[in-house]
Design a protein around this ligand. Sequence first.
Ligand SMILES: C[S@@+](CC[C@H](N)C(=O)[O-])C[C@H]1O[C@@H](n2cnc3c(N)ncnc32)[C@H](O)[C@@H]1O
Length: 341
Amino acid sequence: MIHALSFELNAQVARTSDPTGAMHAREVVLARFNDFCGDLVTPDSKESSFLGVTEGVLLAEEAHERGYETESWVLDEGLAPHERDWLGQESCLRMIAYFKDADSARSAMSWLLREYITPFPPQVNAEEEQDWNATWKASFTGIEVDERLKVLPPWSEEWIAACDSGKTKGIIAINPGAGFGTGTHETTQLCLKILVGLGDLTGKTVLDFGSGSGILGIAAALQGARVYCVEVDPLANENARENAALNGVTDRVSFSETIPEELKKGGADVLLANILRPILIRFSGEIKRCLSPNAELVLSGLIESDLDQVIDAYQAGGRPFTITQDGKNEWRSLWLRRREG
Ligand SMILES: C[S@@+](CC[C@H](N)C(=O)[O-])C[C@H]1O[C@@H](n2cnc3c(N)ncnc32)[C@H](O)[C@@H]1O
């Protein structure tokens, strides 16, 4: 069993015993809480009992619903420091601290009650220990994007059999890791469908801007293209490199954190960007400068209310694009071309 202490913290937290009424910022409370919990040990082995705190993991979709601008897909106070400001605006965040033994969880709860006034009383619950990795792996069996393309995890029997028989055509293997993009998200699927429709890309240069797991770039490389994956998150880039190797396309895909100079003057024949609206708009000038005269530009990661702003940003200046819209559930993609059809 594992012992979970759930509690909530406002951005400013009142102290139980401060006559001046001064509050502690949530970060300060968490730092003090971590210090206290770090010293708790299990009664039997005297090992540290504290396993860590999960804090405010929220999806960007939720951020949009709450009316915040955000540039990241998965917001986690620990993993995405530049999103701290956004989380900081949340009036109340729910946290769960995990401990190996019940006494430690209860000591941590007593400490919280003694030191701070929290919006709701903290609670300790015993939970069955789970191998989250194994549970998640069992649930990710892959996805068929359409009859021409499947995404499979490398542990799937189908992928292993395909490798053994040398029949991996129409399959991309993605080892889920730090990079967004297993193919299960609608925005990725919308891009993949357009990409597959482009057919043989031998001799073409593709820029995958915001490449995450590398899924789009790897798909393009499997269609014969020379690919540049651009991704700000170095951990995602590591994951994408592994995925490129898994699919045998390392020689055709390069990775960087910013757009390479050689693409900036019309170097990309196909440009795929599955990123949220604020980034697509901010980078619209740079993205357009990367396009070769007859390039295909695929923008995804959008919802209906984003479309007008994004279209305006891309149609501003230069030759106008012919635009095809597609969608799945609430998500929308735009396919922009500067030639007829
Ligand atoms: C929605 S994910 C897309 C991942 C993958 N291409 C897919 O379609 O599934 C968007 C990615 O863009 C990255 N990103 C955000 N801002 C960026 C920037 N300014 N330059 C490069 N990558 C960026 C994020 O880190 C994230 O991995």
